[in-house]
Design a protein around this ligand. Structure first.
Ligand code: ADP
Length: 451
């Protein structure tokens, strides 16, 4: 689509992220179309959208992943563009292609870039050639156990076997010594095949105490790229993020500036467009690229809080072909922000806890943002991701942010189901967390009683 804003955007997602996108659209004067499964007929994103279309039964495969149903919904409602949100079809290159073939704008990068970064072997090779440091590992995919043995000898133990099509921490296995390599290799391939229908794996040195640092990028279709600094997402369980903060307590200004610039230069070189995130592991002052996500991320919120820029709005703007209209020097980082991901799960066993919300009160006040599609009486369905709310806090300093987070969690009431609020209450008062002294294994160690 040429210049000029969209009139109507179809949001091909659900839950808090569908609401997040709806909000950006409304503030831009854009009409929204919600799609939903039969399990989500009463969902907040459906209630708030200008129009809604039921696209299938509860199973995601038959609804939020049902490409023909989504394209039909866009056709009958006369949408100009489709926003894929996060998860579901957001990193599906074929979907992006079909959206464009049907005459809609895909609010995201080109299918080629989604495909390139979706294959982590190709992604690593590409950025390495463009000058980014990557985790030492195999040159490409590993095709036999013998090859795995040879590569492991070369890079040294412990090693990590990862799925080329990986995501969500699945298809990832550690081998600590030659004896455990065969099991790890076979388990990783099996898990990758089951999760992604593709058992291609590759190998990396397993870093023992890195932090997860990622750079938020935004590119228009005219070659302008800016970064929004980093997010520290080291508080993880099963390779999945639980708490994120920006800026990272581990980086100084010059490290921030240099990794941000490097990441922005890299995507500029391959002509990327849209929002995207380059993920790195950071250990002993060195950065190692692990992957790039070609979409909005759950934790984009904290970058918004410290820069004052609405990333979804920017994402929609660049999708229309509009130039950024500002450069790196206009992006200023102010204060500190932390996000807690609140899941419908038991805070100790992590067993899913869907069900009816009985009593809901979200915290408020200066510097508090709650991104959630919950309301009193809402029934959290059992069919989808367990993320039900993001508590996002901003403060002038990290200390102010921590104190504000503490009182916001105290105020938050989500009744009727189990949530991970008690887990967050526990984490944020730990001395290591207060000191910003943690790596990607910190939370698992704490939960295992090793701390
Ligand atoms: P996914 O796409 O499945 O999320 P990533 O490559 O982004 O996989 O890795 C997810 C997490 O797994 C990282 O944030 C980190 O905690 C851990 N991880 C990935 N690669 C390594 C490595 N080489 N060494 C140690 N931990 C790693």
């Amino acid at each position: 689509m040429a210049a000029g804003l969209f009139e109507k955007v179809l949001i091909a997602n659900r839950g808090e992220i569908a609401l997040r996108i709806h909000r950006a659209c409304r503030e831009m004067g854009i009409h929204t179309v919600a799609v939903h499964s039969t399990a989500d007929a009463d969902a907040m994103h459906v209630r708030l959208a200008d129009e809604s279309v039921c696209i299938g039964p509860p199973s995601a495969r038959e609804s939020y992943l049902n490409i023909p149903a989504i394209l039909s919904a866009a056709t009958i409602t006369g949408a100009d563009a489709i926003h894929p949100g996060i998860g579901f079809l957001a990193e599906n290159a074929q979907f992006a292609e079909m959206v464009e073939e049907h005459g809609f704008t895909f609010i995201g990068p080109t299918p080629e870039h989604i495909r390139m970064m979706g294959d982590k072997v190709v992604a690593k090779k590409t950025v390495l050639e463009l000058g980014l440091p990557v985790v030492p590992g195999s040159d490409g995919a590993i095709t036999s156990f013998e090859e795995a043995e040879a590569v492991a000898r070369q890079i040294g133990y412990p090693i990590l076997i990862k799925a080329a099509a990986g995501g969500g921490g699945r298809g990832m296995k550690v081998a600590r010594n030659p004896e455990s390599l065969r099991d790890a290799y076979q388990l990783a391939r099996g898990e990758a095949r089951a999760a992604f229908g593709n058992d291609e794996v590759y190998m990396e040195r397993y870093l023992v105490r890195p932090r997860h640092i990622e750079i938020q990028l935004l590119a228009d279709s005219h070659g302008n790229v800016v970064h929004f600094g980093e997010r520290d997402c080291s508080i993880q369980r099963r390779h999945q993020k639980v708490i994120e903060e920006a800026p990272s307590p581990a980086l100084n200004a010059s490290q921030r500036d240099s990794i941000g610039r490097l990441a922005a230069d890299t995507v500029r070189q391959f002509g990327y467009r849209g929002v995207g995130t380059m993920e790195f592991l950071f250990e002993d002052g060195q950065f190692f690229f692990i992957e790039m996500n070609t979409r909005l991320q759950v934790e984009h919120t904290i970058s918004e809080m410290i820069t004052g820029i609405d990333l979804v709005r920017e994402q929609i703007r660049v999708a229309t072909g509009a130039p950024l209209g500002y450069d790196q020097s206009d992006i200023r980082i102010q204060g500190h922000s932390i996000e807690c991901r609140i899941n419908a799960e038991h805070p100790e066993t992590f067993a899913p806890s869907p069900g009816r919300i009985d009593g809901y009160h979200a915290p408020g006040g200066l510097g508090i943002r709650v991104d959630s599609a919950l309301y009193d009486g809402y029934r959290v369905p059992s069919h989808y991701d367990s993320l039900i709310a993001k508590l996002v806090v901003h403060g002038a300093s990290r200390n102010e942010c921590l104190m504000r987070l503490r009182r916001a969690l105290e105020e938050f009431v989500i009744g009727g189901i189990e949530t991970t609020i008690p887990l967050h209450n526990r984490l944020i008062v730990q001395r290591d967390f207060i000191n910003g002294d943690y790596d990607i294994h910190w939370l698992e160690n704490l939960l295992a009683g090793k701390r």
